[in-house]
Write a protein that binds this ligand. Structure first.
Ligand code: GLA
Length: 395
């Protein structure tokens, strides 16, 4: 299957971990529709780890834990589909999942068939407890092939955390998205660390096999399974904007049944979502004159989690209608006024006779640029500005 846009949805792991059940998942599917998330484009409802019994049945099939999922998975899939949504599940390329439930190594074909029969539309495929005798790419090729032959379109969401140079072989496996980072937690430190590791691998990102920067912590406020210190509203806005700008899948991780107004405002910002979902699928690039370029970042010998000094990161992305998305991301602990780029940096020379008009994607405010400098508003500490730049005639 070909996946044109970064998948959008919700996953149980960040908030609930092992504490999952049918009622929770059904209520979350309801919430997805009632809160407007579904209308905004979020469609996958994904059950992560800890849904199965510890033993397979006599036919070698995985068995949903009857205490957590008394009506089984087909029932849940039907319910989710009846809401116009899609159903995701989780397994792992090893003998056990990361939480030590049975996983799919040497059961790939049985499991792919089972998921297809249950009506699964999305499979997150983890990397714990895998046999050292098998190469990592083969582990993902095995499930990729089984899914491609299971008789149903199932989006393949690989989750090997970027290890073993995942980026070099993942597109061979049929994966539609690949986790390019370790696990996120609900803290500014985690957001910053992931950003640091992700900016240099952006060139591996493309439609049909998106770099997955991990699930969103927006709105968790320090609670739940990966809740830690929590983040400020400003930091959640930054996190969402950066993930959107980087073409990452956006899988919500908070309790969507109980979102506060601020969380809704972030997750339902249709203008920012439109940048993420833009149909051209172009790669974002650095518009910092004083910064490294992706080519400099790519060196065969570089360790994956290379440390870059993050200060003010300026990203731009050409959109399908000729507009340009521009994001200013202030990683520093103090405010920064340097939300400035020159038109040259986005390919707009003086000879074009054009300038840009900026629409602030968080406030709707329109700023006009006529003096040869594209200037956004200052960014708070850990804050960002997101604009859609429209090319207009110079006055
Ligand atoms: C790994 C993954 C997480 C989550 C857990 C479940 O750590 O990276 O996203 O799926 O396993 O055990």
């Amino acid at each position: 299957m070909f996946v044109q846009r970064p998948p959008l949805g919700w996953n149980t792991w960040n908030t609930y971990g092992a504490k999952i059940n049918e009622k929770l998942v059904m209520e979350s599917a309801d919430a997805m529709v009632e809160t407007g998330l579904a209308d905004a484009g979020y469609e996958y409802v994904v059950i992560d780890d800890c849904w199965a019994l510890h033993e397979r049945d006599e036919n070698g099939r995985l068995v949903p834990d009857p205490e957590k999922f008394p009506h089984g998975m087909k029932y849940l899939a039907d319910y989710i589909h009846s809401k116009g949504l899609k159903f995701g599940m989780y397994s792992c390329a090893g003998y056990l999942t990361c939480a030590r439930y049975p996983a799919s190594y040497d059961y790939e074909w049985i499991d792919a068939r089972t998921f297809a029969e249950w009506g699964v539309d999305f499979l997150k495929y983890d990397f714990c407890y895998h046999p050292v005798s098998e190469k990592s790419d083969i582990l993902y090729k095995r499930m990729g092939l089984a899914l491609a032959n299971c008789g149903r379109d199932i989006l393949f969401s690989a989750c090997s955390w970027g290890s073993d140079h995942t980026r070099q072989w993942i597109k061979e496996t049929g994966a539609n998205m690949w986790r390019s980072t370790g696990d996120i937690n609900d803290s500014w430190a985690s957001i910053k660390l992931i950003a640091q590791s992700q900016l240099p691998v952006q060139e591996y990102n493309a439609p049909n096999c998106f770099n997955d920067m991990d699930m969103l912590v927006v709105g968790m406020k320090g609670s739940g399974n990966v809740g830690l210190t929590g983040c400020s509203f400003e930091e959640y806005r930054f996190h969402f904007s950066l993930w959107a700008m980087m073409n990452s899948p956006l899988m919500i991780g908070c309790d969507i049944r109980n979102m506060d107004e601020e969380t809704r405002k972030i997750l339902l910002n249709k203008e920012v979502l439109a940048v993420n979902q833009d149909s051209a699928g172009n790669q974002p690039y650095f518009a910092n004159s004083d910064y490294y370029t992706p080519n400099e970042a790519r060196r065969p010998d570089e360790p994956f989690f290379r440390e870059y000094p993050l200060r003010m990161v300026k990203l731009a992305k050409l959109l399908d209608n000729g507009d340009i998305a521009i994001g200013f991301f202030n990683f520093m602990d103090e405010p920064c006024e340097d939300a400035v780029i020159t038109p040259d940096m986005i390919g707009l020379p003086l000879s074009s006779g054009r300038t840009v008009e900026l629409t602030d994607l968080w406030t709707g405010e329109v700023l006009r640029t006529d003096n040869g400098i594209i200037r956004g508003r200052a960014c708070a500490a850990h804050g960002c500005q997101m604009y859609r730049a429209k090319v207009v005639d110079r006055k």
